[in-house]
Design a protein around this ligand. Structure first.
Ligand code: MN
Ligand code: FE
Length: 376
C-alpha cells in the first residue's frame, strides 16, 4: 500500500521548487526560525497543506496526506463517461407530447440549468484558486482528478442538451435568468471572490480564513448543499422510471460529488489542525451562518422547481432533506448541527451505499471498477 512509504524526506536538493503559485515567495521568505533546522533547505521546513513554501510540488513520494491519495484512487475506481449512458428512452419520452407533465418538464429544465453552469464554476475554482494555494503533490493529484471529473460532468450536460435538442441559450443562461438559480451562484461567488484575486496569498490568519471560506463555499455549500435538492429530484424521476438516462448520469455525478465533498472537508479539517488559531468562535459562527444562508437559498430553489408536488416529492420534504444534509456537512467539519431533522429520503443514502452491486433501477451495473481496483 502507498501508505507504507516512510514520511521522512530526502534532503537532496536545495532549490526553489517549480510549480508553486505565481504569488509564492522565494524559498526562505516565509520561513521563521522555528521552521529552519540545522540541516537547512526546504525539506527540513515544517510542511503544511497551505503556505508550504518548503514543499516540492513535484515530489509526490513519500505521501504526507494519505487520505488525498485514497480519494484519488476512489475517483479513478468510479470512472465513467456521459456517452456510455444511452439517452434513447429519454429522447422518446421527452419528445412524446403528454408523456411528461409540465411540472416534470419544469423540474428537469431547472436542474439542467443549474447544474450545466455550476459544474464550470466549480471547475474554475479548483484550477484558478485552490490549485494555486494547495501545493502538496498528492492533494494536487486529487485536484487534477477532480478537475477531470468536473469536465465529465460538464460534458454530461452538453450531451443532454444535444440528445434532447434543448436550446443551449436557454439552458446556459438560466443561471442569469432564473432568480433562484442566480441567487445560489451569486452566493458562492460572493464568498470566494477575494481568493480569485491573483495577488491573494494565504499568509496570516485573516487570509487563511478567507481561503477556508473559499473551500467552504465551493466544497461544502456548492457541491455539498446546492447540488443535493437537485440530486433528490432527479433521482426521484429515475425511481419513477422516467428520464432514466439523465437519472443514471445524475447518480454517477452524485457518487463523484460525495468524494469531492469529503476531500474538501478533509482539506478544511487539515488546514484547521495545522493552523488552530484561525478556528475562533467568531469564525465558526460565520461559517455556520453561511451554511444556514445556503440552506435558505436551496429551499427557495426547491420551491421554485416544485411549485406543486410531483413524483412523491413536495418542496417541504425536499427542504427537510436539505436541512438534514446541511447538518451532515456541519458535523463533517466539526461544527455543531443546526436543524436536527431526520432524513425524509432514506433511499438517497441507500443509493450512496450501493457498492459493487447492480443498481436497483436495473439499468446497468453502477459500481464498475477499473484499473488497479478491479478484482479479476
Ligand atoms: Mn461536479
Ligand atoms: Fe464536484
Amino acid at each position: 500500500m502507498d501508505q507504507n512509504y516512510s514520511t521522512t524526506h530526502d534532503p537532496s536538493t536545495n532549490t526553489e521548487p517549480l510549480g508553486m503559485a505565481p504569488t509564492s515567495s522565494p524559498l526562505s521568505q516565509n520561513m521563521t526560525n522555528d521552521d529552519k533546522t540545522t540541516t537547512g533547505g526546504f525539506q527540513a521546513q515544517k510542511k503544511g497543506i497551505i503556505n508550504a513554501s518548503g514543499t516540492d510540488p513535484n515530489k509526490i513520494l513519500p505521501f504526507q496526506y494519505p487520505w488525498a491519495r485514497e480519494y484519488y484512487k476512489q475517483g479513478v475506481a468510479n470512472n465513467w463517461t456521459a456517452e456510455e449512458v444511452s439517452m434513447q428512452r429519454d429522447i422518446e419520452l421527452w419528445k412524446t407530447p403528454g408523456a411528461l407533465s409540465d411540472d416534470e418538464r419544469r423540474m428537469i429544465l431547472w436542474n439542467l440549468g443549474f447544474f450545466s453552469t455550476a459544474e464550470s464554476l466549480t471547475a474554475n475554482n479548483i484550477v484558478l484558486a485552490v490549485y494555486n494555494h494547495v501545493t502538496n503533490p498528492e492533494c494536487r493529484q486529487y485536484l487534477l482528478r477532480q478537475a477531470y471529473e468536473e469536465a465529465i460532468h460538464t460534458d454530461t450536460f452538453i450531451y443532454c442538451c444535444d440528445s434532447l435538442s434543448l436550446d443551449p441559450d436557454e439552458i446556459y443562461n438560466m443561471y442569469l435568468t432564473v432568480p433562484t438559480v442566480k441567487a445560489k451562484d451569486e452566493y458562492v461567488v460572493k464568498f470566494t471572490q477575494s481568493v480569485m484575486d491573483s495577488n491573494f496569498s494565504t499568509t496570516g490568519t485573516a487570509n487563511i480564513q478567507k481561503f477556508i471560506f473559499d473551500v467552504v463555499g465551493f466544497y461544502i455549500i456548492m457541491e455539498g448543499i446546492f447540488f443535493y435538492a437537485g440530486f433528490a429530484m432527479m433521482l426521484s424521476l429515475l425511481r419513477n422510471n422516467k428520464m432514466i438516462g439523465i437519472g443514471e448520469q445524475f447518480q454517477y455525478i452524485m457518487r463523484d460529488e460525495s468524494i469531492h465533498v469529503n476531500f474538501g472537508a478533509e482539506l478544511i479539517n487539515t488546514i484547521v489542525a495545522e493552523n488552530p488559531e484561525v478556528w475562533t468562535p467568531e469564525f465558526k459562527a460565520q461559517i455556520t451562518e453561511a451554511i444556514k444562508g445556503a440552506v435558505d437559498l436551496e429551499i427557495k430553489y426547491a420551491e421554485d422547481c416544485l411549485p406543486r408536488g410531483i413524483l412523491g416529492l413536495r418542496a417541504d420534504t425536499v427542504s427537510d432533506y436539505v436541512r438534514h444534509i446541511a447538518d451532515r456537512r456541519l458535523e463533517r467539519i466539526n461544527l455543531d448541527t443546526v436543524y436536527g431533522v431526520e432524513n425524509p429520503f432514506p433511499w438517497m443514502s441507500e443509493i450512496m451505499d450501493l457498492s459493487k452491486e447492480k443498481n436497483f433501477f436495473e439499468s446497468r451495473v453502477t459500481e464498475y471498477q477499473t484499473g488497479g481496483n478491479l478484482d479479476w
